[in-house]
Every structure is written in structure tokens, then in C-alpha cells.
Ligand binder design. Structure first.
Ligand code: ADP
Ligand code: MG
Length: 310
């Protein structure tokens, strides 16, 4: 038995031209294995192909080429088993406005063939914090509640793998924390494999054991989060001096730049340089600091760095 939750090889997707939209090669041959029990992040800018990949896994989009195995089951040869192994919280809410949260979960469970006696509607409502909304109409739910209900729907058949497509794009901090706590608990307590897409590096950093980055339909890299962040280890300190000042003498591993507004920017690798090195260089040059802030690499830096190196 394989140790992978997901095995993807040679996966391609070309959307056919239709009406006003031209054809689009959204996935250009992806090979990717995702280990069981992990929290795996799929990162990429808008249009990279993340949702296409996720929707193929979920059986919502038909692939053009390649093989997909879910929990060891080939999607084409064992469609039922592979579908039963995975639950998806889609990016686009697709809630039926006429169902209550309780009703939605029951209907979803029915679609997955979960017998009535085995349904866990109340348990799921508790988990997503919608117990008191069990019989409220979906159209009366707030945006945050709808998102939570989508998460609940993904869980009705107790899947091995939970897929979340941009679960926190545009949600408030409270909801984000609740989603993340739920996801962590599902991973830790039930050993559920979690796959999530995001375009926030910070989020991937906080949540994921491993990350794959895709861009323009191709896999750019795949690594543990720690290794990946190490690779793009870049920090910038911006110093506003009290009075007009030129760049101080710096060790070669620190890149200094005087900006048009008079501030001084220092770019360095956090692993090899301590902030103190820069601060003492400033002191030695007699520069006193009015204000200072630091910024870290973001996803854009990652892309620039990874695409430049090949
Ligand atoms: P992401 O989720 O990373 O933002 P998507 O998978 O949604 O990316 O989209 C990848 C590319 O495929 C984009 O260029 C998008 O416009 C295109 N695309 C997505 N869905 C369709 C569709 N149903 N028909 C045609 N093109 C599509
Ligand atoms: Mg998307």
C-alpha cells in the first residue's frame, strides 16, 4: 500500500474554447505526490492553475491527460472509492439557498451514500459552530457562516483527505482562526490529510508541512516549508535616519541602498546576518535612527527567485 494520499502524474488540462472565453492550457503536465497525514500547501498566484488541480482531484473538472490516484485508487478505474476518500471545500460557494445548514449536510451525506444511521450532522454542526443555526435558512447566513457550512459539507462522508481551496481569501481574522483551528484539529486528532491552496505565503508558512508552488500551469518547486523558507530567506530593514545620511560601511553580505526619500534599505539573509550587524554599522557611522521597520520575503520574491534561478 502506498504512503501517499495523492499521486498525480502527467496531469494536463486544457479548457476548450467556448462562447467568449478562448481555450486555455491550465495545467501543463504536473507530477506530484502528497504524503498521507500531511498538511500540504499548494501555492501560486491567481490563474496559476490551483483550482483546476483541486477540482480535478475532487472530480468537479475533467482532466485532459494523466493519472490521478487518491488514497491508492485510480480516479478512472475506481471512481467511487477515489471520490469517497476526498472532501472539498470549494473556492466558489455553491450553497443551495433553500436548504438549512442541517438540511444541506443531510443532502450532501445522501449524495455520498452515507446511511442515515451513520450521519454525523450534529457533530459537524458543532465543529463548525453552527449548532444554533441548524434550522436557519441558508440565505439568512452571513458570509462567514456560509464558509463554515462549506467546510462542514466537505466532511459529511468522513474523508481521508480534506481539500480547501483558498479558504481564507477575503475572510475576517476571527473566521480565519476558527478555520485554521478546525483544520489543525482534523489533522492532529483524526490524522486527516489536508491540502489547501492559498496565495498567502504567511498562511502556508504557519499551516503547512510541505509546499508545492505552481505558476502558469507548471510545478515550479516542491519542498518542506522549512527548506523553502530557507531558500528564500531574505529580509529588508528600512531605516529612517534623524538627519540626512549616506550608507555606512557594510559587510559584503548586506546589500545597502539609499532611497529617494532619504531612507536607507538593507537587504540580507536572516540566517547569516543579525540585525545588530546593521545597527552597529549605523552607530559606527554616527547615524541616529528616527524609525526602523523590517519586511520579509513574500510570495512574489519567492517566484522571482525561483524563476530567475532556472
Ligand atoms: P487559480 O485557482 O490558481 O487562480 P485556476 O485553476 O482557476 O487558477 O485557473 C487557471 C487558468 O485556467 C486561468 O487562466 C483561468 O482563466 C483558466 N480557467 C479556469 N477555469 C476555466 C474555465 N472553466 N474555462 C476556461 N478557462 C478557465
Ligand atoms: Mg483558484
Amino acid at each position: 500500500m502506498t504512503e501517499n494520499a495523492i499521486e498525480i502524474s502527467g496531469l494536463r488540462k486544457t479548457y476548450k474554447a467556448s462562447g467568449r472565453s478562448p481555450g486555455k492550457e491550465a495545467l501543463k503536465g504536473i507530477d506530484l505526490n502528497i504524503p498521507r497525514g500531511s498538511i500540504f500547501g499548494l501555492l501560486g498566484p491567481n490563474g496559476a492553475g490551483k483550482s483546476t488541480l483541486i477540482n480535478i482531484l475532487a472530480g468537479l473538472v475533467l482532466k485532459s491527460e494523466g493519472t490521478v490516484k487518491i488514497w491508492g485508487f485510480d480516479q478512472d478505474k475506481n471512481p467511487r472509492q477515489s471520490r469517497a476518500a476526498i472532501g472539498i471545500m470549494p473556492q466558489e460557494p455553491n450553497l443551495d439557498p433553500f436548504f438549512t445548514p442541517g438540511g444541506s449536510l443531510e443532502v450532501q451525506a445522501g449524495l455520498y451514500g452515507v446511511p442515515k444511521a451513520q450521519r454525523k450532522t450534529d457533530e459537524i454542526l458543532e465543529l463548525i459552530g453552527l449548532t444554533d443555526k441548524k434550522n436557519a435558512y441558508a440565505r439568512s447566513l452571513s458570509g462567514g457562516m456560509r464558509r463554515r457550512l462549506l467546510l462542514g459539507k466537505a466532511l459529511v462522508h468522513d474523508p481521508h483527505i480534506l481539500v480547501l481551496d483558498e479558504p481564507t481569501a477575503g475572510v475576517d481574522i476571527e473566521l480565519r482562526n476558527m478555520l485554521w483551528n478546525n483544520v489543525r484539529r482534523l489533522n492532529e486528532e483524526r490524522g486527516m490529510t489536508i491540502i489547501l491552496t492559498t496565495h498567502y505565503l504567511e498562511e502556508a508558512e504557519a499551516m503547512c508541512d510541505e509546499i508545492a508552488i505552481i505558476n502558469h500551469g507548471s510545478l515550479i518547486t516542491r519542498d518542506t516549508t522549512a527548506n523553502l523558507l530557507g531558500r528564500i530567506d531574505k529580509k529588508t530593514m528600512i531605516v529612517v535616519p534623524d538627519a540626512e545620511a549616506d550608507l555606512p560601511q557594510l559587510p559584503p553580505e548586506i546589500l545597502g541602498q539609499k532611497r529617494p526619500d532619504g531612507s536607507l534599505a538593507f537587504t540580507y539573509k536572516q540566517k547569516e546576518t543579525r540585525a545588530e550587524t546593521i545597527l552597529s554599522a549605523l552607530r559606527d557611522a554616527g547615524i541616529s535612527i528616527k524609525d526602523v521597520k523590517t519586511t520579509e520575503a513574500d510570495l512574489e520574491d519567492v517566484f522571482l527567485e525561483l524563476t530567475a534561478s532556472r
